[in-house]
Design a protein around this ligand. Structure first.
Ligand SMILES: [Ca+2]
Ligand SMILES: [Ca+2]
Length: 207
């Protein structure tokens, strides 16, 4: 059991249209259910379950935890379980929470994510960056803190996982435009180095 216990009671689900027609495995449970609601209720009882697929035609209900393999399965529809506001993206096996209704300094944003057992999101693949900026509620012309910094060595940007951040910078960035720009935000389509003391929106992930 790896998920924080405060998330275990959450029971809301959101359909993931991009995942329609796919079957993910290995499954935690595969069963027959007479309706979608029964399928989702069944999967809600499994603490580790992050998503469920249901096939209206066959009544096959599958609850699963990961994306180790997926095959096409006609008629399947996919639902992602919502963990206290976090959205689970099955294709990336990624749980994120985008905060756009409050702005915090970088350290305070990191702490806020930490109170939920999360951290500022590590966008270390093109797929994760593209998913985030493709969200319909991703705001235009707004800086969103992510989990990278060059505090240790000026100009060497590292994700909190230790991986290098070298791609997807906006044109001309990183530029240390203001005296100290040691934190990183997503702005529109790429990364910008940004003063850590300035308040910004942010995105958390459950690592
Ligand atoms: Ca810097
Ligand atoms: Ca900059």
């Amino acid at each position: 059991m790896s998920l924080p216990t405060q998330l275990a009671s959450t029971t809301s689900w959101l359909e993931d249209v991009a995942g329609a027609g796919l079957l993910y495995s290995p499954s935690l449970l595969t069963t027959s259910a007479s309706s979608l609601v029964i399928c989702l209720a069944c999967c809600s009882n499994i603490v580790k379950c992050k998503a469920a697929s249901y096939n209206n035609g066959t009544g096959v209900c599958t609850c699963f935890d990961g994306t180790q393999s997926m095959v096409t399965r006609h008629g399947n529809r996919l639902w992602n379980r919502q963990f206290d506001g976090f959205t689970y993206i099955a294709q990336l096996d990624w749980l994120i929470l985008l905060i756009t209704d409050t702005k915090r300094k970088n350290a305070d944003a990191e702490s806020f994510c930490g109170t939920m057992g999360a951290r500022l999101a590590v966008l270390d693949t093109d797929e994760k960056l593209n998913y985030l900026i493709g969200l319909h509620d991703f705001p235009d012309d707004t800086s969103i803190y992510v989990g990278a910094t060059d505090k240790q060595t000026e100009g060497l940007y590292l994700w909190s996982t230790g991986a290098n951040l070298t791609t997807n910078w906006l044109p001309g960035e990183p530029n240390s435009f203001r005296v100290e720009e040691d934190c990183v935000v997503v702005l529109n389509t790429g990364f910008n180095d940004f003063p850590c003391e300035e308040k910004a929106n942010f995105v958390c992930e459950l690592g």
